[in-house]
Write a protein that binds this ligand. Structure first.
Ligand code: TMP
Length: 207
């Protein structure tokens, strides 16, 4: 049996990522050969780590702790869910993955791309996405469309400067990995963006 394809969806807060993932879920509803996941999370252990990372009461968390927690949640998800699914021929579509760590912790937190890439390759045991859809919209536009930041999410509460650095990080990642990362402009209406995402999946032979 051929291995399943691994797709990741990336973007800054408020770009409409959740909406686009929901549309994909509807599109693939009833198909046992497509699995949707979100990061951090996707296993009982990873969901508990998610709770710790995003808890607004954990404001004192240092950047190194944060990146290691994301990596720990990912290691469990890759080992317990993603690799076995791909081996069964299942297509895995993951809402955020290693590029989030690179953009948020590597670039925006300033931990460095090399450090984060090393951690990610350990956490994923070498697994990389076949294709990454980057929903491209700058954070100022994204937040004004969304109507402000989510107060219950520690990362989302960061200031606009942080989110601008996340966006610049994503742009650098797209430049560095042009074969894997496809930029989809996310300033159109929901249906237009969905069509562009579907076009990418079709072109890459995911559907
Ligand atoms: P979400 O809002 O898409 O559910 O993502 C949760 C938050 O975690 C979001 O603010 C982005 C952030 N994040 C990182 O900072 N690094 C990571 O590696 C991942 C997966 C998410």
């Amino acid at each position: 049996m051929s291995k399943g394809k691994f797709v990741t969806i990336e973007g800054c807060e408020g770009v409409g990522k959740t909406t686009q993932v929901e549309l994909l879920k509807k599109r693939f509803a009833g198909r046992g050969d497509v699995l949707f996941l979100r990061e951090p999370g996707g296993t009982p252990i990873s969901e508990r780590i998610r709770g710790v990372i995003l808890d607004v009461n954990n404001g004192e968390m240092c950047g190194t702790c944060e990146v290691l927690l994301y990596s720990a949640a990912r290691a469990q998800l890759v080992e317990q869910v993603i690799k076995p699914a791909l081996d069964r021929g299942v297509t895995v579509i993951c809402d955020r993955f290693t590029d989030s760590t690179l953009a948020y912790q590597g670039y925006a937190r300033g931990l460095g791309a090399d450090t984060v890439e090393t951690l990610s390759s350990i956490a994923c045991a070498g697994l990389t996405p076949d294709v990454t859809v980057f929903l491209d919209l700058d954070p100022a536009a994204a937040f004004s469309r969304k109507g402000g930041a989510d107060k219950s999410d520690r990362l989302e509460q960061e200031g606009m400067e942080f989110h601008s650095r996340v966006y610049e990080g994503y742009k650098l990642i797209a430049k560095k990995y042009p074969e894997r990362v496809v930029c989809v402009p996310a300033d159109g209406n929901v249906e237009q963006v969905h069509k562009s995402v579907m076009d990418v999946l079709e072109e890459r032979g995911i559907l």
